[in-house]
Design a protein. Structure first.
Length: 470
């Protein structure tokens, strides 16, 4: 991936001071995931260009992820990550151009605060939402935006355009602003990040977004994508960007907001849960996955959209649910390449099932509470002893949170068919026991807004076969 920055400010070679990189020298920097090179293809009084070239070691990306069958290993090495502008580029900007990003220049402080003519080009930038999205993000910031798209393959125009674009930004401004905009918006365009996103990511976003993000017309989209679509985090970030502090004196406005967020919460929790499951599955490096108790196939639908999942099997005990899943997924209309990635099977989690062996990961989302408690140990053995996927992502309601809902349509539990609901302690005790008995390690993640007293509405356990790596 390649980022070039050009200026025609006089003398243009001042760019070297601003970036803390001498125009006469090529330099290389070791980063955790590869090597960054900085060099100047041109450096005259009139025009100077600095290039940041990032060489990502594909092996490094795979290392530490657990292998998952021979075919899958090859696929892990063949990904676009080494070649496109992504969150790796943001890390490189922060590490290699950190002083400039922060707007400092000890040798020539006046330069750092000067608005100078700048032109930046990012090659191979994946843009989810295409050219329109590129314009939507950068034009409101005052850039003249140039976009060059490509065909996926010139010989096959019917395949359409490639998701990768070459982006050119022109503007007269401080170099630190340009770098900051790229730092935040490149991963937003790409819409994925190579690392787990948590609370500290909000702080980073607010710091880097100071002075421009709060008023950006695409603010909410930027925040949501930057925080990997975790609604709880996004809501907090937006609230803080909008200048609302906790204990806002305008009590009625606050009450309105609260009301809204409660409604949103109810609408959004399912979506958020599936988003978190998807993210954990991606992180685990899984290719072949099971969705056990798949219901109407909402998770399968998300998995299908991500081509890194090569085989997806949904199982449910209910024929009716499987039928609805088939309809939702339009199985009969899927292109053959997708059709062969997905399979729906009828079966029960209370029994050992040979068809479930040999998968990288299993999702068991909001299912165990539908099992009679005396069946739990059979379920445990069928999944952790017999099927034995490397990763198991399991969610269930947190009963403590129920007091936060004004009405529970199903009385004490959230759903008429729930046989039990657990507190955080009960869930952790059961999960730790399972992990212990079958040689897994386990970690816990909250799903949904975490309440300081009663915790999150949904609790998640992620089991990994053997010791956790990293
Ligand atoms: N995972 C889905 C559906 C959750 S609802 C989602 O998050 O949207 C629970 C599902 O578990 C139902 O579809 C129900 O039919 C299924 N289920 C209940 N008992 C089961 C069992 N013993 N084996 C397999 N699936 C079961």
């Amino acid at each position: 991936m390649l980022l070039t920055i050009t200026t025609t400010h006089r003398p243009a070679t001042d760019l070297g001071f601003l970036l803390h990189k001498h125009p006469g020298r090529a330099q290389a920097f070791d980063l955790a995931f590869g090597r960054a090179h900085v060099f100047y293809p041109e450096a005259s009084e009139e025009r100077c260009t600095a290039a940041l070239l990032l060489e990502i070691a594909p092996i490094g990306l795979v290392r530490g992820r657990q292998g998952s069958g021979e075919g899958a290993i090859l696929e892990q090495y063949v990904s676009d990550r080494p070649y496109v502008a992504s969150s790796f580029m943001s890390v490189a900007i922060a590490q290699v151009y950190g002083t400039a990003l922060n707007g400092r220049c000890s040798a020539r402080p006046e330069l750092a605060s000067a608005r100078i003519p700048l032109e930046a080009t990012v090659a191979a930038l994946p843009s989810r939402g295409g050219e329109q999205m590129l314009r939507r993000l950068f034009e409101p910031l005052g850039y003249t935006v140039g976009v060059r798209g490509r065909m996926l393959d010139e010989r096959f125009p019917e395949w359409g355009g490639s998701p990768y674009h070459t982006l050119t930004l022109e503007s007269e401004r401080r170099l630190s602003e340009l770098l900051t905009h790229l730092y935040v918006l490149v991963p937003v365009l790409d819409d994925q990040k190579h690392y787990w996103v948590g609370q500290e990511e909000i702080e980073k976003l607010l710091r880097r977004g100071e002075g421009w993000l709060a008023d950006h017309p695409a603010r909410d989209l930027i925040v949501s994508r930057y925080l990997k679509r975790q609604r709880g985090l996004a809501r907090e970030a937006i609230r803080r960007l909008a200048g609302e502090e906790e204990g806002d004196p305008d009590a009625s406005a606050e009450a309105r907001d609260e009301e809204e967020s409660r409604v949103e919460e109810r609408v959004g929790l399912h979506e958020q849960r599936l988003g978190t499951v998807l993210s954990v599955l991606r992180q685990s490096g899984a290719r072949r996955v099971l969705d056990l108790g798949c219901g109407e196939g909402r998770l399968i639908q998300l998995l299908l959209r991500d081509r890194s999942f090569t085989e997806i099997v949904g199982m449910d005990v209910s024929h009716a649910a499987l039928e609805r899943a088939g309809e939702r997924l339009h199985l009969d209309r899927l292109p053959p390449s997708d059709r062969k990635r997905v399979k729906l099977i009828h079966g029960s989690l209370a029994y050992r099932d040979r068809r479930l062996s040999g998968y990288d990961a299993a999702a068991v989302v909001e299912v165990i509470e539908h099992l009679d408690p005396y069946r739990l140990s059979a379920f445990e053995r069928a999944l952790f002893e017999a099927a034995r996927p490397r990763t198991v992502v399991l969610t269930t309601p947190n009963i403590e949170y129920n007091v936060r809902w004004e009405t529970l349509p199903a009385g004490r539990f959230r759903h008429r068919d729930h046989r039990f609901e657990w507190s955080r302690r009960e869930f952790r005790e059961w999960s730790a026991g399972v992990a212990e008995r079958h040689g897994y390690s386990v970690r816990y993640l909250p799903v949904g807004p975490e309440d300081p007293e009663v915790g999150p509405p949904t609790q998640m356990a992620v089991f990994s076969l053997g010791r956790e790596v990293g």
